[in-house]
Design a protein around this ligand. Structure first.
Ligand SMILES: Nc1ncnc2c1ncn2[C@@H]1O[C@H](COP(=O)(O)OP(=O)(O)OP(=O)(O)O)[C@@H](O)[C@H]1O
Length: 265
């Protein structure tokens, strides 16, 4: 059994996991994508209708970690992902991601942060239906000004889609579409890949092939943080974060996460 430790939410700080220090065990030199959150709050709506989606979140993630975020529906998982990815600014607290402080950043600053540091993978792939696989990857490079357009083919080959470069999303299976989405997310060489239920719409075998890609990406030294309802996936994580009512309920760390091949659900 791999060494594990668990802490409660309020003490959910692993000293070795502080961003910029203590990379994930086994991470290559130059591992990226550390996170340090302190007292992060995010409220939607006003007055009686206000919902405190994040209610004082503290979290440390070392560079090069693969993190799985679990928790019941409405516990704040997607909001956490959106704050980490600079889609939404926190209302309070401090949020340092890949060495950048996000609190107080205006939308323009957040957009720049996303372009430079973050890749996103969504449950329903979010590919542009009128573009081919290759164009879906290329357009990311064009929109962000990061990465190399000519890398699109190599990226699609690396996710096993070298034969389907000119296929449109509707001509691809769900798993193939998700692999295009991963290639697209990697086109800008992000420090941190954020994935919201990346296997949620896929059967087990296809879901595993997607997880293998995410694990490979992580082993190359990028941070990967994945929200899921599938607790079995926690076995591949260096750190499992459980959310409840907008707070971090617990954090479990593991020095030797399982290979995707060993995970069943
Ligand atoms: N744009 C929004 N406007 C108003 N309330 C929101 C908004 N986004 C999220 N919320 C609320 O914030 C809380 C946390 O939502 P969030 O989507 O982060 O939870 P979750 O854990 O990801 O849930 P699920 O597992 O169902 O996706 C919920 O009460 C939700 O209704």
């Amino acid at each position: 059994m791999a060494p594990m430790s668990t802490t409660g939410g309020d003490a959910a700080v692993n000293p070795a996991g502080t961003a910029g220090e203590g990379s994930a065990p086994g991470a290559p030199p130059g591992a990226r994508g550390g996170v340090r959150l302190r007292g992060v709050t995010k409220t939607y709506g006003d007055g009686e209708a206000a919902v405190r989606a994040l209610d004082g979140v503290d979290l440390d993630v070392g560079p090069g970690e693969l993190v799985v975020v679990l928790g019941p529906s409405g516990s704040g998982k997607t909001t956490l992902l959106n704050v980490l990815g600079g889609i939404e600014a926190p209302d309070g607290g401090s949020a340092e991601v890949a060495g950048v402080e996000l609190a107080g950043r205006r939308p323009r600053g957040l957009a720049g942060f996303r372009r430079e540091h973050i890749g996103f993978v969504f449950q329903f792939f979010n590919l542009v239906p009128t573009l081919t696989a290759r164009e879906n990857v290329e357009v990311m490079v064009e929109l962000t000004g990061r990465g190399e357009r000519r890398e699109a083919v190599a990226l699609l080959e690396s996710v096993g889609l070298g034969e389907r470069l000119d296929a449109f999303p509707a001509q691809l299976s769900g798993g193939q579409q998700q692999r295009v989405a991963i290639a697209r997310a990697l086109a800008t060489d992000p420090d941190l890949l954020l994935a919201d239920e990346p296997t949620g719409a896929l059967d087990v075998a296809t879901g595993k092939s997607v997880l293998r890609l995410l694990q490979r990406t992580n082993r190359q030294g990028r941070g990967v943080l994945m929200v899921t309802h599938n607790a079995a996936i926690a076995r591949i994580a260096h750190r499992v974060v459980t959310m409840r009512d907008g707070r971090v309920e617990s954090v479990t760390t593991c020095d030797a996460p399982a290979d995707v091949a060993a995970v069943e659900w």
